[in-house]
Design a binder for this molecule. Structure first.
Ligand code: CU
Length: 409
């Protein structure tokens, strides 16, 4: 099969964002929509995105989870921000199948909160057959007394993060419809600045079929799953019986700020039964371990030091082809979702417990007073890269570091 080229011009501009019928806030959007358009492609396609900035401030796009060349990563360490009125063309190959997303990487706390994000779906040759697929982008937005997006820079948010009214695909109280007897693939993206989503679909069992970097080795049964900011999950949902009304909720979770209130993203109503052709295989693919369980750590990343290190932190370089085993140690009183740009890692252990199933990740929650060991291989894409906490207010405060991937010897 020939690889194609997908061209999706994106324009960032201000918009009246209707978060509920008759209820709009002044937001920022790609092509006038929040979320921005769903970009769909096949593995191997080249994505071409001319980004035109019609905002009154600079912006860029980060392609979260895509293993692209460093100069296309959308951070200000690899490109000049796109100034108002200017256009910058992103162009890169999509090497992996999975659920990804794109978002602003300049003044993120404000630009992402205002709506500058969208989903990017890349399909492989051997996708499981389900009855229907949908993308669910989870978010929240903090409103003021006038019902507009609350002012930014509240000092309390630096530490606690910023949370607000929950939104599903940019809307409050979303209403979804599913046919009875069918099983759907739900591609979940957490685009919220801070909100941790302990996702429940009416307490019903579902299958987790993929994570940040595509399909798991095999489906995993669950009745709830934690999705932290930046993470993605693919689920197989259903079947249900006609007439059922199921709540899509974030259950209570304590990320170090006390138990959160239960939040409802929307409801799923089950219509008349339709025939199903869904067939979930027992196994999707083999994922080989990058390192043995006894491999020694090559680096320790301290969340506490990172949190207090400021905006110009630089970590030691790594070299193409040299395996990395990193201990992410969180001595703070809050959970932090750690995001590595441009590369997938495997989670080896959480708090000393080995992972039962390997998967490819680019964002992982490091629980408070806990630690996570990851392994990753810098493939041949040298350049400037970074990692940071995906609680955007923490990132903005300086919970991040740049590092260089050096060419192989
Ligand atoms: Cu954090």
């Amino acid at each position: 099969m020939e690889n194609g080229r997908i061209t999706v011009p994106l324009e960032a501009r201000e918009v009246d964002w209707e978060i509920a019928p008759g209820r709009s806030v002044r937001g920022f959007a790609f092509n006038g929509e929040v979320p921005g358009p769903v970009i769909e492609a096949q593995v191997g396609d080249t994505l071409v995105v001319p980004l035109t900035n019609r905002l009154n401030e600079p912006t860029t796009i980060h392609w979260h989870g895509i293993r692209l060349p460093a100069e296309m990563d959308g951070t200000e360490s690899v490109q000049w921000a796109v100034e108002p009125g200017e256009t910058f063309e992103y162009r890169f190959v999509l090497p992996d199948a999975g659920t990804f997303w794109y978002h602003s990487h300049v003044n993120e706390t404000e630009q992402i909160e205002r709506g500058l994000y969208g989903a990017l779906i890349v399909r492989g040759p051997d996708e499981p057959v389900l009855d229907r697929e949908r993308v669910l982008v989870l978010d929240d937005v903090k409103l003021d007394d006038e019902g507009q997006i609350a002012p930014f820079g509240d000092p309390h948010e630096h530490h606690a993060g910023r949370e607000g009214e929950v939104l599903l695909n940019g809307k409050q109280e979303a209403e979804l419809h599913i046919a009875g007897g069918q099983i759907e693939r739900w591609r979940i993206v957490n685009a919220a600045n801070t909100r941790f989503v302990r996702l429940s679909i009416g307490g019903r069992p579902f299958s987790i079929i993929g994570t940040d970097g595509g399909l798991l080795p095999r489906p995993l049964q669950a009745e709830e799953v934690l999705v932290t900011p930046g993470e993605r999950l693919d689920l197989a949902v259903g079947p249900f019986v006609e007439g059922e009304l199921i709540e899509i909720e974030a259950l209570s979770y304590d990320r170090g700020k006390g138990e959160s209130a239960v939040q409802r993203f929307g409801t799923l109503s089950v219509g008349p039964a339709a025939p199903s052709r869904a067939k979930l295989p027992d196994a999707f693919r083999q994922i080989d371990a990058l390192v043995s369980r006894t491999a020694a750590a090559t680096r320790t990343v301290s969340m506490k030091a990172l949190m207090h290190g400021g905006l110009h932190q630089r970590d030691e370089p790594v070299r193409v082809g040299e395996l990395q085993v990193w201990d992410l140690v969180n001595e703070t009183g809050q959970d932090h979702p750690f995001h590595l740009h441009g590369f997938f890692f495997q989670v080896l252990e959480e708090n000393g417990r080995p992972q039962s199933v390997l998967s490819w990740k680019d964002t992982v929650n490091v629980p408070r007073k806990g630690n996570v060991r990851i392994a990753w291989l810098p493939d041949d894409r040298p350049g400037e890269w970074m990692y940071h906490c995906h609680i955007l207010e923490h990132h903005a405060m300086g919970m991040m570091a740049h590092f260089e991937v050096l060419p192989s010897h």
